[in-house]
Write a protein that binds this ligand. Structure first.
Ligand code: PLP
Length: 234
């Protein structure tokens, strides 16, 4: 057993439970997605042994290598993979093959491409729509004004199942500063549900701010550093 990893995972679950109870929510309604970018397969195997089942990767090349590695191939039936990074159109085919959920659908074009490859693969691809709520150049996502239109178009795509919305707010040292972004994503979801779309999932919150995200309604939190430690920037 990997002692530090176990301690980190326990701490994260405790913080998820605390935030949920503070908000009057059931902690079981929140899925912990362990973000494994830059994490080697042997450590991911340890995390699976401890009990984690849902993992996120943000770059196709790295994900492809890792998911098909000998260490992880053998336990693949235990694991659910989420693509949480920007997806290029020419990487949609392997993404559909490898990922249970693609959280970064952010244009009609990309959605169409995912649907096309899902149909070829004989799969219903689960996706989230990534929404861009800040004006940072570096962030991807569809603008708030275009969500309903995109949802309408995606509803006609028979091999897609849209589960909800995802966002990445700017990084703040003070997590409370991220709250308006989380709240806005929830309100956008509520508005879409009022006009007939079913969007149960809200993917928001990372190591620094997942407690605040849960208070605002997150159903999926994407946590890397708090589980696996600081990444050495490559
Ligand atoms: C890296 C990453 C995370 C996890 O970030 P941490 O701060 O390490 O928890 C979450 N979501 C996305 C999209 C990421 O790229």
């Amino acid at each position: 057993m990997h002692e530090l990893l176990l301690k980190n995972i326990k701490d994260v679950y405790r913080n998820i439970a605390n935030a949920a109870m503070k908000a009057g929510r059931d902690p079981h309604d929140i899925t912990l997605i362990a973000v494994t970018k830059t994490v080697e397969p042997d450590l991911i195997v340890k995390a699976v042994e401890i009990g984690l089942r849902v993992f996120g990767e943000n770059r196709m090349q790295e994900a492809q290598k890792k998911i098909t590695s000998n260490e992880l191939k053998g336990i693949s039936e235990k694991i659910t993979w989420h693509m949480i990074g920007h997806l290029q159109k020419n990487k949609v085919k392997p993404a559909v093959e490898l990922f249970d959920v693609i959280q970064s659908a952010d244009s009609l074009e990309l959605a169409g491409e995912i649907n096309r490859h899902a149909e070829k693969a004989g799969k219903i691809q689960r996706v989230l729509i990534q929404v861009k709520l800040s004006d940072e150049e570096s962030k991807h996502g569809i603008s708030r004004e275009k969500i309903i239109e995109l949802l309408g178009a995606m509803k006609k795509m028979e091999n897609l199942k849209v589960m909800g919305l995802m966002t990445i707010p700017p990084y703040f040292v003070d997590a409370q500063m991220a709250r308006p972004y989380f709240r806005e994503l929830r309100e956008l979801r509520d508005k879409a549900e009022e006009v007939g779309f079913h969007l149960p999932e809200l993917s928001m919150g990372m190591s620094n701010d997942f407690g605040v995200a849960i208070e605002e309604g997150a159903t999926m939190v994407r946590v890397g550093t708090a589980i696996f430690g600081e990444r050495s920037h490559r």
